[in-house]
Design a protein around this ligand. Structure first.
Ligand SMILES: Cc1ncc(COP(=O)(O)O)c(C=O)c1O
Length: 398
């Protein structure tokens, strides 16, 4: 019998769900295309434009015809600029020639790190709730995700004894993401140091997604996993420009890793993305560390801190909604069970009835049916309007 066309796709992908975040973003776009005034707390997308010096430099590079193939690892000038910034921010020094790879957003960096280190049957420890890409890729490979559920009542912090109890002979990689999407948790220095000790003792790698490293509030410090003793050699770090520099659409990220692991990543990357547009890379290299750019980045961080405050005060004013205070990134995971709905129902009805988009947190982990992710990357006036609409929605549904 003839196979349906869809059935001819690879069986590997049957294990992978579609992205719950993209689903909501597509709904928002469809409603907006119908002329509906949707307030979006769904996208992990800064409401700011890319800093002027970066745009100018990229335009200049385009006019200068920097339009030919760049090296596979990315423009050397950009790798040098990233090495400088990384050392300033984290104290870890990477060789731009051999230990940095420019990727198509942080998303490609995650893909390169997981696909270049994990084999079918390997176990990968993932703290939940988690950004959805990690588990999807682990499943696609045919490896085994080992979930550790973090609890809101513990501030979504890590219990090292629990982690050690889940390590086996087959543990290959442990994934961390701090500051965290979707909880906004920032892991303590002791937790990170403890994870490093476990990685050395049991000989596994740590993949640390540090996309939000620059967005930490209340004066809390940020520690890179690679900064702990001996951990540069056992860590793969993803970072990028999307969130900190408001450059989501540029698709520009990077991985830092020790040379031998990096050589494997480059092998994978050369057959997928190959490299990113030359003039974008060269333009960012010229402008990312300029004082004017860094000033704009600092300004955006101050705005995120303000938006966090407005979102928290708004949620505090709503009956039946509780949340764990976020210390980084731009997300709040709120428990909506007090309003008599699970997260999925709340999110769906809120979008249908009040045109406010949020993401039900069950896509970040099965145990989080009552949680909803609110992104406060939205403009302050939109946050205020969104909260007004949620209040009216709750009053109408009670
Ligand atoms: C934790 C985390 N890692 C990686 C990414 C992907 O970043 P990019 O848009 O640069 O691919 C995101 C985007 O939301 C994220 O939240």
């Amino acid at each position: 019998m003839k196979m349906e066309t869809e059935e001819m796709g690879s069986r590997r992908l049957d294990r992978v769900p579609m992205s719950g975040i993209r689903k909501v973003m597509n709904q928002v776009n469809a409603l907006r295309a119908e002329g509906k005034d949707v307030i979006s707390f769904s996208a992990g997308e800064p409401g700011f434009n890319t800093p002027e010096p970066i745009k100018e430099a990229a335009c200049q590079c385009l006019r200068e015809n920097l339009t030919h193939y760049p090296p596979n690892r990315g423009s050397l000038a950009l790798r040098q600029a990233i090495a400088r910034k990384t050392e300033e921010d984290t104290g870890v020094s990477y060789d731009p020639e051999t230990e940095i790879l420019i990727t198509c957003g942080g998303a490609e960096g995650i893909n390169d790190c997981i696909l270049s280190t994990v084999d079918p049957g390997d176990e990968v420890i993932i703290f939940k709730p988690a950004f959805i890409n990690y588990e999807a890729l682990v499943l696609e490979i045919g490896a085994v995700p080992v979930s550790i559920d973090l609890r809101p009542e513990n501030g979504f912090q890590i219990d090292l004894a629990e982690v050690e109890s889940r390590i086996t002979e087959r543990t290959k990689l442990l994934v961390i993401n701090s500051p965290n999407n979707p909880t906004g948790a920032v892991y303590s220095r002791d937790s990170l140091a403890g994870l490093g000790e476990l990685a050395k003792k049991h000989h596994f790698l740590i993949f640390s997604d540090e996309m939000y490293s620059a967005l930490v509030y209340d004066g809390l410090p940020f520690y890179s996993m690679a900064a702990f003793p001996g951990m540069k050699e056992q860590s793969l770090i993803v970072n990028g420009f999307s969130k900190t520099y408001a450059m989501t659409g540029w698709r520009l990220g990077y991985v830092t890793a020790p040379e031998k692991l990096m050589n494997r990543l480059v092998k994978h990357h050369q057959y997928t993305t190959t490299s990113i547009a030359t003039f974008l890379q060269e333009g960012v290299a010229l402008s990312m560390n300029l004082p004017e750019t860094l000033h704009e980045v600092e300004h955006m961080k101050a705005m995120f801190a303000r938006q966090r405050q407005v979102m928290m005060e708004g949620l505090d004013s709503l009956p039946g909604i509780t949340y764990t205070k976020p210390y980084g990134a731009f997300y709040i995971c709120a428990d909506v069970s007090g309003v008599g709905m699970d997260g999925e129902t709340f999110s769906r009805r809120l979008l249908d009835e009040a045109l406010v988009a949020t993401v039900p947190a069950d896509c970040f982990g099965d145990s989080y049916q009552n949680l909803v992710r609110f992104s406060f990357a939205a403009k302050e006036e939109d946050i205020r309007e969104g909260i007004r609409r949620i209040r009216a929605f709750l009053e109408a549904s009670s």
